[in-house]
Design a binder for this molecule. Structure first.
Ligand code: ZN
Length: 353
């Protein structure tokens, strides 16, 4: 009886002309209510000896039919309409691969291995470095663990100075063994002046650390870009030209720059820099809160006391300094609305770059 079932099934499989028919045959014999499945289910009603004999035979037939269906299915799916040769398995041409071996088409294009890529902030940092280097600026690195002297005192922010709180520089991580995690990249202004003679043109991209209640625009750890230019007659006009050149190069469009008076203890005069909104070109949109302008950075002419801290004579030298957030630059460039995404490690976010 089992043999008859096998012969019928094989005949039907061989006679199918399309995938749909093949699936029907499969269901008729091997499906949940299929002929052979019924046999296998009824085994429990047989004696132990019969169960063993019938069971072994039925399972063997089941494997045979599954192979026959699989073979036929490949025939339908093969692009040429012919059964693909099995010779690639090594001399088994025309034979079914051993049960349990999946069909392998070695001529099919491979799956590309995933290649790593740069973090969006790294991409922006490199672009920024390229632009400033093309204008003759050096790219400088500095320590992330700083002293109070370099982080505050040398920058005209003595202990108790209200600016520590106003600029949120006072929200600093202090270390048990002394020192602190730098709360801005400005300490490098002093360190660089100590070791280099003017004229000076340099930028410092790097990590800074602040005690913050994080939200969509505040992080405890972000990247800052510090810039410094010192010479005999470096002026605010030079600053405006350099920063406009940078922004237009970075955003690859013409940009207006506006200076607003502001206060930072390490500059005099100090100002804040707005640029025309890159999205609405000044017409007003959600990104610029309908003002047409986006706040970009703080800057100013280096305070005489800061030049002195760096060992330079303020009567002989003058220059500008600026500081902006690389995170913010990245957010504007790629239209990212939450700073916390940068350190989230969320692949759905990172894979977009
Ligand atoms: Zn806008």
């Amino acid at each position: 009886m089992l043999n008859q079932l096998k012969q019928n099934a094989l005949k039907e499989i061989a006679a199918t002309k399309e995938l749909k028919g093949l699936d029907a045959v499969y269901r008729r014999y091997l499906g949940r209510k299929g002929e052979l499945t019924k046999v296998l289910r009824s085994l429990k009603d047989l004696s132990e000896k019969e169960r063993k004999e019938t069971g072994t035979a039925a399972n063997e037939i089941k494997r045979g039919l599954e192979e026959a269906v699989g073979e036929k299915r490949r025939e339908f799916l093969a692009p040429s309409g012919k059964t693909p040769s099995l010779s690639r398995f090594g001399g088994t041409s025309g034979k079914t691969p051993p049960s349990g071996v999946n069909w392998l088409d070695v001529t099919a294009p491979g799956v590309k291995p995933a290649v790593g890529h740069l973090h969006p902030i790294t991409l922006v940092q490199r672009q920024v470095e390229d632009i400033f280097q093309s204008m003759g600026f050096s790219v400088v690195d500095g320590p992330e663990v700083e002293t109070e002297y370099y982080n505050f005192d040398a920058l005209n922010i003595p202990p108790g100075h209200p600016a520590r709180d106003v600029l949120s520089l006072g929200r600093t991580f202090y270390l048990k063994k002394g020192g602190l995690m730098r709360s801005h990249t400005s300490p490098m202004q002093i360190r660089y002046m100590e070791k280099h003679n003017p004229p000076i043109r340099m930028i410092v991209p790097g990590k800074v650390f602040r005690v913050e209640a994080t939200d969509s625009s505040h992080e405890t750890n972000f990247y800052q870009l510090e810039g410094l230019m010192i010479g005999k007659d470096v002026s605010v006009a030079n600053f405006k030209a350099v920063i406009q050149e940078f922004l237009e190069n970075f955003f690859k469009k013409s940009i207006k720059v506006k200076l607003r008076p502001s206060y930072f203890p390490f500059v005099e005069p100090g100002f804040e820099i707005d640029m025309s909104c890159t999205m609405c070109v000044g017409k007003g949109c959600a990104a610029c809160k309908y003002s047409g302008w986006i706040e970009m950075m703080g800057a100013g002419m280096i305070h005489p006391k800061v030049l002195k801290s760096g060992g330079l004579d303020p009567k002989k030298w003058q220059g500008f300094a600026f500081g902006m957030s690389l995170d913010r630059l990245t957010m504007i460039k790629y239209r990212i609305n939450d700073i916390r995404l940068f350190h989230s490690g969320d692949l759905r976010f990172l894979q977009q770059f």
